[in-house]
Structure formats: C-alpha cells, structure tokens
Write a protein that binds this ligand. Structure first.
Ligand code: AMP
Ligand code: TRP
Length: 391
C-alpha cells in the first residue's frame, strides 16, 4: 500500500525558514495544471489498447549523474512528471542490478546508489507524484527477465553495441571471436533483457531516455512483440521518448559523449559540482584555435558542444547563439556557458546537500515506499504473464 510521506514530517525539502511550510523545489505543477497539458499518445501499432500513459525510466548508480544525464534524461523526467495528466503513472528507478554487469566495489556501489537516489529527488522528482525506487528492491524485475529470456533473440543480442563497447571490442565483434567469448559474461550480454523487463513489468508506454538508449528500446519493443505473439496481447509496445539533448559531449574529448566512466573528471560536469568547479571545467574544455565562434559540430565539435549546452539551457537555437557570439572571444563564450550552467544547477546542488545531510531517514522512507508501490505495480503484470503462460 502507498503511504503518504507527509505524515513522517521528515521531508528535508520542506523549508523551516519561517516563510511557511513550502516545498523548495520549484516548478511542480499543481493537479489543476495537469489538465491543461498536452497528453501523451497511448495508441500503439500493436499490443493491448491502453487508457492512460505509463512512463518508466532508469539510471545506473555508477557515480553522481552528470550534465549529460541531466539534459538527456533527468530534466525530461521532471518535465513529463510536471506536465502529466492525472491518470498518468510515473515510475523512475535506480537500476542497481544493471550496474553489476561490470565489476563493482560493494562499498562504492552502496554510496553511489544513495547519491543517485538523492539526485533524482534533487532534480525535482516528487515522491507524491512519481514512484522512485531501487530496481533490486523489486524482485519481479528479475523474475520477468527470466521469462523474457525465453523469447529474447540471441542473434539480436549479439548484434547490440553496448557489450562490445564495455569490453572495448570493435563494433563488428561477434560471439565467434574467441576474445569476445573469453571476456563476455552472461549478465553483460543479457543486459538489454533486464532493461526490457524493467519497462514491460510496469506495462510502460513511454520511456524517456537519451539517444544512446534507442537501440535498447528497439530491443524492448521487439521482445514485447515476440512475447505478445506467443502468449497473447499482454505488453503495450513501449515508445522511446528521446530528449532534445540527444548527446551531450565530453568536455575533453568532444567527439565522444559525456560519460561517468571517462578517466578525466574534467570531461564531465557533475550535478553536485560547485559554481567555481563548473566554471573551471568549462574554461579548460577542449576547443580549437579558430578565431571566430561558429556552430559546426562536424569540424568544430568542442565549441559546438558548448553552444549546444547553452542552447539547451536558454531555449534558443544553436545558430542564433553562434551569430550572437560571432565576433566575441571564445573566452567570453566559455564564461557565459560556465555561469549559465552553474546558475541552472545551483538549486539542484543545494537540495542534494539537504537530502544527503538529512538524518531523519527521508531518503530511506521514500525508497521503501517507492519499492512497495513498484512491487504492487509489477505484481499486477506478473499475474497476467503467469496466467498467459500456464504458470
Ligand atoms: P546512464 O548513466 O548510462 O544510466 O544513463 C542515464 C540516462 O542518461 C540515459 O537515458 C542516457 O541515455 C542518458 N545519457 C547518458 N549520457 C548522456 C549524454 N552524454 N548525453 C545525453 N544523454 C545521456
Ligand atoms: N540502460 C539504461 C542506461 O544505461 C538504464 C536503464 C536500465 C533503463 N533499465 C532501463 C532506461 C529501463 C530506461 C528504461 O542509461
């Protein structure tokens, strides 16, 4: 059963500054506002017909989320939450079981899980509106994974790119290569099956992710169709909802995406970085030696990445920014980008500090209640699945 956290009185996001008991997180839509928003399309080409949208997404706890995670995913999650119609179900998960597909240190992982959870609250996900939970607290995710693995295509999985990039193998590597076979573990290979289970166990209709997840979403759709074909129309076919910030690039290697795993910490801006850390990182971002500013992602990836980041915060096109800065110095562009990012992340960083500093058990309470709500949602699907399969 879902219990309201309000009664715990432990919400560190509640101000006690004397200005009343208001929530510090800005921009949360009130129920009346939800009605005014455009609704998500729930008619899919196949799969059962669905009345209300179900939004699901996940993030791995492999370090504090960075600007790429924020612009490519988290900011969209909050937007979808704030604009959702009242019937929309929203679930967001810290996918800690996925993190185990590469070796992890237990102590480190424990810390990262909490940090990632606190970040979801800090960016503006509201536990009263969204179910936020650790994947490992809901066993039905792995239960459905087993079931889906009985219909998942090995050929399809072997063509997917993530296991190859994680093992630093070439994109055309296959299971025929002895090196690939020696290194590959079943968990990493079947990562997309668990991801499909995450989505399908909640019968999600929309999955907001960054561009790099498109292939995984296609696999989920394919697997849902395969299951439906064999056992009946159980799963809606989930749609990827790709953020306008498709790929935020590394500050040090602007032809690769910003990632948690790049060895140089200056390649990424963390949501918990201070204003001065952010400004320093932008200042030393790799650009080129051309005198003028222009937007040309192919030939000038470094400067174009900074322009793109700015455009995501200012809601102005890259071309407009480029022409505004045409005769300005690179230094002034960098200064502006640094200040803009720092200003935009300031509230998130502050709330993150409050949540992590809270000793009243707020985060654990939200995680427990989220886990219970997610389990209840998953149980409904498992009942249908088991019945359809004769279990
Ligand atoms: P991960 O950290 O791999 O679990 O990613 C969480 C979410 O952030 C996913 O939806 C990714 O698509 C998105 N994401 C990760 N890195 C980037 C990036 N550099 N640019 C845009 N989106 C990203
Ligand atoms: N693979 C995703 C990533 O690395 C994380 C993820 C796991 C996910 N399960 C999911 C995303 C389900 C969306 C839906 O970013």
């Amino acid at each position: 059963m879902r219990v309201s956290l309000a009664r715990h009185g432990a919400n560190p996001l509640r101000s006690t500054s004397g200005k009343g008991n208001f929530t510090l997180r800005p921009g949360i839509a009130q129920p009346s506002k939800w009605h005014q928003q455009r609704s998500l399309n729930t008619s899919t080409s196949s799969g059962p017909s669905v009345k209300d949208p179900v939004i699901f997404s996940g993030i791995q706890p492999t370090g504090v989320p960075h600007l790429g995670n924020y612009l490519g995913a988290l900011r969209q999650w909050v937007k979808l939450q704030d604009e959702a119609s009242p019937g929309t179900k929203l679930l967001f998960s810290i996918v800690d079981l996925h993190a185990l597909t590469v070796p992890q240190d237990a102590k480190q992982l424990r810390a990262w899980r909490r940090e990632a959870f606190a970040t979801l609250l800090a960016v503006g996900l509201d536990p009263k509106r969204s179910t936020i939970f650790y994947q490992s607290s809901v066993p039905a995710h792995t239960e459905l994974m087993w079931i889906l693995s009985t219909v998942a295509s090995m050929g399809y999985l072997s063509r997917m790119t993530q296991w190859k990039s994680k093992l630093q193998l070439p994109e055309d590597a296959s299971l025929d290569d002895s090196e690939a076979r020696a290194q590959l573990r079943l968990g990493l290979f079947s990562y997309p099956v668990l991801q499909a289970a995450d989505i399908l166990i909640h019968r999600a209709t929309h999955v907001p992710v960054g561009e790099d997840q498109r292939q995984h979403l296609e696999f989920s759709r394919y697997t849902a169709n395969s299951f439906n074909h064999l056992y009946g129309n159980i799963f809606p076919i989930p749609e990827a909802h790709i953020s306008p910030a498709k790929r935020v690039m590394s500050l040090k290697e602007p032809t690769s995406k910003m990632s948690k795993s790049h060895p140089d910490p200056k390649s990424r801006i963390l949501l918990t970085d201070s204003a001065s850390e952010i400004q320093k990182k932008v200042k030393v971002a790799l650009t080129d030696s051309e005198a003028k500013i222009s937007y040309d992602p192919t030939n000038r990836p470094g400067v174009s990445n900074l322009i793109e980041i700015l455009s995501h915060f200012e809601g102005v096109s890259c071309q407009e920014i480029a022409s505004e800065y045409e005769s300005a110095s690179l230094r002034s562009l960098k200064e502006h980008v640094g200040v803009r990012i720092a200003d935009s992340l300031k509230d998130i960083r502050e709330r993150y500090g409050q949540i992590m500093g809270d000793r009243g058990g707020y985060l654990d309470d939200v995680a427990r209640e989220g886990g219970e709500a997610a389990q209840a949602s998953a149980d409904l699907t498992m009942k249908k699945v088991k019945k359809a399969m004769g279990l």
